[in-house]
Design a protein around this ligand. Structure first.
Ligand SMILES: COc1cc(O)cc(Nc2ccc(C(=O)Nc3ccccc3)c(OCCC[NH3+])c2)c1
Length: 336
């Protein structure tokens, strides 16, 4: 097991739970609280020109505080590495959940899809596009609530969500036609397309556009033609069709999506933006921390408010708050 001195005494690393291009994700335990976390480890040398993306993602995640967006607790930078301490999503990938069940009944698909819409509407409302929405980037927590992960490709156009983007990114299978054509595109519109692919995967158990050859895959995406299995209801077909519009101008908007009959049926309320308050002050949590560090609640809270919200004190506070919200005892391991 590789030893990282920067984590010593703070986090105990365990098994690797994911590895991608320039990062690997390891399960870990936050020593002070015993809470599980996921730590994304990136080597600066392998990051190369992707280095700025890390800073973009960290800045985005400091702003994106939402119950269906995986939480960033702490960032540790050393000479050679970046460590992102993230929320542990023990339910694993939504993709595996769909494969396991073959496909989801409309009721369950709707529950998951409303959570995705809530997170994406929130992001778009704050001027962020994810640009890499795919089942692998949608995890489940222990209560089977969704958590969006991997904002490494997210964009916050300086001129707002009406400004066009040009970088081609994300995986082709879920990529919108305008993105694979290399045309200028709106982040919000490509996210809607990817959500259409996601909803199709939830309801059908397979992908609308799939092919081993990239060229054929592109042709299928650009044709906008896909199979409609017999089990899809009329409303499901209509909703998917409104999202998988090749012409982005004809594509449903996130606002229309929040109020779509398929979403609001079964007396589900329209999806509203739920702004998670930045940090709720909790004296019981602060007292637990002050018992260890000897500082007063007020001093700890002041330091938290002045911090860049990604230090060990912030991680400890947030993990204790999570424990409390889950009805668990607040305990801190004293330095042994
Ligand atoms: C904002 O959230 C992010 C940003 C980011 O850049 C990367 C990640 N990656 C994560 C975060 C958490 C997990 C995780 O908890 N996985 C897990 C835990 C228990 C059982 C099964 C999975 C994570 O998993 C590895 C990738 C799974 N495809 C990645 C989050």
């Amino acid at each position: 097991m590789v030893r990282y001195t920067a984590l010593k005494g703070l986090y105990d690393l365990e098994k690797t739970i994911g590895s991608g291009g320039f990062a690997k994700v390891k399960l870990a335990t936050h020593v002070a609280t015993g809470e599980k976390v996921a730590i994304k480890i990136m080597e600066k040398t392998t990051l190369g020109e992707d280095l700025p993306r890390v800073k973009l993602e960290v800045e985005a995640l400091k702003t994106l505080l939402h119950q269906h967006i995986c939480r960033l607790y702490q960032v540790i930078e050393t000479e050679n590495h970046y460590f992102m301490v993230l929320e542990y999503c023990s339910g694993g990938e939504l993709f595996d959940h769909i494969v396991e069940k073959n496909r989801l009944p409309e009721i369950e698909a709707r529950r998951f899809f409303c959570q995705i819409i809530s997170a994406v509407a929130y992001m778009h409302n704050l001027g962020y596009a994810h640009r890499d929405l795919k089942p692998e980037n949608v995890l489940l927590d222990k209560e089977e609530n969704l958590k969006l992960i991997d904002f490494g490709l997210c964009a916050k156009p300086k001129m707002g969500m009406q400004a066009h983007l040009y970088t081609s990114c994300g995986s082709p299978t879920y990529a919108a036609p305008e993105l694979i054509m290399g045309k200028k595109y709106l982040g919000s519109e490509v996210d809607i397309w990817s959500m259409g692919v996601l909803l199709y995967a939830l309801l059908c158990g397979f992908l609308p556009f799939d092919d081993n050859s990239l060229e054929n895959l592109y042709k299928k995406i650009l044709s906008g033609k896909y199979e409609e299995p017999y089990w899809l209801s009329h409303d499901s077909k209509a909703l998917i069709k409104s999202m998988l519009q090749v012409d982005p101008v004809k594509r449903i908007t996130i606002h229309e999506l929040c109020h779509h009959p398929w979403i609001t049926s079964n007396s589900l309320k329209p999806v509203v933006f739920i702004h998670k308050t930045k940090f709720e002050k909790d004296d019981e949590v602060l007292s637990t921390m002050s018992a260890i560090c000897g500082e007063s609640n007020t001093d700890i809270w002041k330091k938290l408010m002045r911090s860049d919200r990604t230090d060990y004190r912030t991680a400890t506070y947030l993990l204790l708050l999570d424990r409390k919200l889950r009805g668990l005892s607040l305990k801190i391991a004293t330095k042994s």
